[in-house]
Design a protein around this ligand. Sequence first.
Ligand code: CIR
Length: 264
Amino acid sequence: MSGRSFAFTRAIAREPAASAVAGLRAVDTGAPDIAAFRADHAAYVAALRAEGLAVTVLPQMDAFPDSVFVEDTALCLPDGAVVLRPGAPSRFGEAAAMAPHLARHYGDRVVHLAEGFVEGGDLMMTEDAILAGLSARTNAAGVAALAAAVAPWGWPVRMVETPPGVLHFKTDCSLLDAETVLATDRLAATGCFAGRRVIPVAPGEEAAANAIRVNGAVIFPAGFPRTRDALVAAGYRVVEIGNAQAAKLDGGMSCLSLRFTPPG
Ligand code: CIR
């Protein structure tokens, strides 16, 4: 196993905007507290740095309430980056704003999704393929355009389902290592992880499914002790980060950064 799906040298994040109080959410459980959100975000960035990543934190972008969720703007591969086309109209402009920051690391190896819609939360880079979940934000035309964009770099794209009512594919799963994923039962039941080891999130802890493996650690939302204990028992080093504010906007650990190892 090469580990390229979870070994990274860099990350890009973006400070939560004051306008995040108006961010998109499926169910309104109240606006995030921006000071608490920024404190959680700072702890998250510190956790990435503690795993050895050089993290660029971009300034807040008030015109885009959901812009803290940078993952949705791009797919970063070891070979190049794809600027995506978010399916939420209010988020479409976030991708163009990310493009110059990708160019800083990838040079001319930045391509733009040609058509359709794809959000990064629907994409999982495994060791040898990209899993792309269809969702309310990611459509078949976008996945086909993504497949065309990454084919020159040798990456196959496999289209998979996101359970109804689930925002993104990775809302319900996380890559833990080359062979293993953490997933909700409702997603694992679709068969998309056949041939892999699946660690199920504990019943009632579905919001724990969105974590990130970064080098030696699993960065994991605080407040889900049974799933955390299952990960620890399976041998993972778990770093817990508060996610209560991002969760009000349906965001989690993966959404808050782009993690990558640029070529060269
Ligand atoms: C949205 O609905 O687009 C944001 N409030 C949350 C985005 C979460 N991003 C992710 O799962 N990758």
